[in-house]
Design a protein around this ligand. Structure first.
Ligand SMILES: *Cc1c(COP(=O)(O)O)cnc(C)c1O
Length: 474
């Protein structure tokens, strides 16, 4: 071990500052199950807590860390805690958090092999482990990203490159101007992050050709009809785990349409959280056919429960992914192994693979599958309660880990029900016990609960049920 006695004076302050951060973090984590899940101060309150002129003089590093925590505390949501059911967030497992701290301490640049062989090889191992966990073909390439939005961007950039090549141009090289359009087709459930990625890629946020969905899943007959209007290559965006309801597109049917399209087609799957169904023998029917996709996007900071920000993308075709992102320059040192910067939009990047490696190593396949199945059991526990309780209504079936439901008090008009549900979101949050988030389904206000935190127990679900039951009008 390194001797503590001869710390270079330049680094002497590090341990003291880390210890202060460790103390703050330990206290916070201990309070996670009991503190209010979210307070949501007003913007004025938050500004009053944090705004100050840029300090002319410095502060002790440990003091700075602790002062920030004390001042910011009201605005910290317990989104990594067991009763934050809003959006789709996930927490951070012990191994993942410890790995993340170490990633900061060793501060590697995971952009290219020559900058950190350890970081790059770890990323390759993590990608292999994830392909194994999700039963995806081992020969696919991939990369870690900052989240599913970037994973969608990575998969769709490879798709764009492929389509350009079919149409006779190099999309990344010469750009799209003056070249034929590349049609993109998806269902009305396409996630906004895929639209954002398409906007960034010059394929257009609103020019996606949208087909209807049935119960959250793309209408395959409508998709077939839409593809029939496209003579050349097309990009199909499938949703495996739609964010409002957790519904899945029929990936085998979509892969069949891809195979049959005369102009050729690329099947990109957004599986930000839904891909995790593929890990469990009892859930993998939901993602059947995903191994036939051309690219798959997913998130690590959601259901893998690693800290922000972390995601990953897999692409079948190495050449198109590299053509989309590869660069070279006199000041870089290329390797013949793997330079992540040639697979993703960034150059320098955080060593995200380390927290993921620690989490996957600490849990193993059985631990990961257990965690996923526990989250799904929590979901079903809650949806069974919703279905059994007068005054509540399940808005859509919950095949995975998202429950979409609402208050539907007897004798209340639909507009009043909408207003009631919108207000209920805040009333539930104000109890401090739980946090759920709103959506609109079938034109009416609804409530979403996502169950993807590793630490949520039956007792937490009981608190969720009590909090909901208390709001049902007598
Ligand atoms: C969360 C989510 C995304 C976007 O992921 P980020 O991690 O927020 O970038 C994309 N697609 C789906 C289905 C999601 O649930």
């Amino acid at each position: 071990m390194v001797s503590k006695h001869r710390v270079d004076p330049r680094f002497a302050a590090v341990n003291a500052a880390l210890e202060r951060a460790h103390n703050v973090a330990s206290d916070y984590i201990e309070s996670l199950a009991t503190r209010p899940v979210a307070i949501l101060p007003t913007p004025a309150e938050m500004a009053a807590a944090l705004n100050e002129p840029f300090p002319e003089k410095g502060t002790d590093p440990g003091d700075a860390v602790e002062e920030w925590f004390v001042r910011a505390r009201p605005g910290i949501t317990a989104s990594s805690g067991p009763r934050f059911f809003g959006f789709v967030v996930g927490g951070t497992t012990p191994a993942a958090l410890a790995g993340d701290w170490l990633a900061s301490a060793i501060d590697q640049n995971a952009g290219l092999w020559a900058a950190s062989p350890a970081a790059v090889q770890t990323e390759l191992v993590v990608l292999d482990w994830l392909k194994s966990l999700f039963h995806l073909p081992a020969e696919w390439t991939g990369a870690m990203t900052s989240g599913a939005t970037m994973s969608n961007l990575v998969g769709l950039a490879a798709a764009r490159q492929w389509a350009g090549q079919r149409l006779g141009f190099d999309a990344a090289g010469e750009g799209l101007s003056g070249n034929p359009l590349i049609p993109v087709v998806s269902s009305e459930e396409i996630h906004t992050s895929a639209r954002k990625a398409l906007a960034t890629l010059g394929l257009g946020r609103t020019s996606v050709r949208i087909v209807p969905s049935i119960g959250g899943a793309a209408d395959i007959a409508a998709l077939r009809a839409e593809l029939a209007t496209i003579p050349g290559p097309a990009i199909i965006v499938a949703n495996a785990g739609e964010v409002n309801s957790g519904a899945f597109d029929d990936l085998n049917a979509m892969a069949d349409l891809r195979d049959a399209h005369p102009g050729g087609a690329w099947l990109h799957v957004d599986g930000a959280f839904g891909l995790f169904a593929a890990a469990s023998p009892s859930l993998s029917h939901l993602t059947a056919g995903i191994e036939r996709a051309d690219s798959v996007a997913s998130d690590a900071h959601k259901w893998l429960n690693v800290p922000y920000d972390s995601g990953f993308a897999f692409v079948r075709d190495h050449a198109n992914l590299k053509a989309a992102f590869a660069i070279s320059a006199s000041y870089l040192i290329p390797s013949d192994t793997f330079d992540p910067m040639n697979h993703v939009p960034e150059m320098s990047r955080r060593f995200r693979a380390l927290p993921a490696w620690c989490a996957l190593k600490a849990y193993g396949r059985s631990g990961m599958v257990d965690m996923i199945e526990r989250c799904v059991a929590n979901t079903h526990d809650f949806t069974a309660f919703v279905e059994a309780t007068p005054g509540l209504e399940l808005v859509s079936p919950a095949p995975l880990n998202i429950a979409c439901w609402r208050f539907a008090p007897e004798g209340m008009s639909e507009p009043d029900r909408d207003a009631f549900n919108q207000a209920a979101i805040n009333r539930m949050r104000e109890t401090g016990a739980i946090y759920a988030t709103p959506t609109i389904r079938n034109g009416h206000a609804a409530i979403r609960c996502a169950f993807d935190n590793w630490s949520t127990t039956e007792a937490d679900i009981a608190i969720l049920k009590q909090t909901v039951a208390a709001l049902i009008p007598a």
